[in-house]
Design a binder for this molecule. Structure first.
Ligand code: SF4
Length: 110
């Protein structure tokens, strides 16, 4: 079981990726729809077969979550590499980070 990965349903512990964060920065977790879900649902082992089904089940929880945007932003800002956050799989977040990095590299400096 991958407990305390910083997932919102584990409360304000905020120990994602071995780092700790201030409680004020993680208050959105208190409204997380996944607080009562099995954390393993949000951490599929692979990215095919049964894991794809698991990702879709986790996303279904995220789609009804009132803090989906805050959660996704958190995961992107803090480079959470594993699990489903903000309705996004790990691969989707990697792609988004690559696009953001490529976009900022092309932007002219102010
Ligand atoms: S968006 Fe998903 S992972 Fe994030 S807090 Fe809501 S239910 Fe949990």
């Amino acid at each position: 079981m991958q407990e305390a990965q910083g997932m919102p349903h584990r409360g304000a512990t905020a120990t994602g990726s071995g780092r700790t964060y201030g409680i004020a920065a993680v208050n959105w977790r208190e409204s997380a729809a996944c607080r009562s879900e099995d954390p393993e649902l949000f951490f599929p082992i692979g990215d095919d077969g049964l894991s794809l089904r698991q990702i879709e089940q986790a996303r279904a929880v995220c789609h009804g979550c009132p803090v989906v945007r805050a959660c996704g932003d958190w995961a992107l800002r803090h480079a959470e590499y594993d699990g489903v956050w903000g309705g996004m799989s790990a691969e989707e977040r990697r792609s988004m980070r690559r696009r953001r990095t490529a976009g900022s590299a092309r932007s002219p400096e102010a």
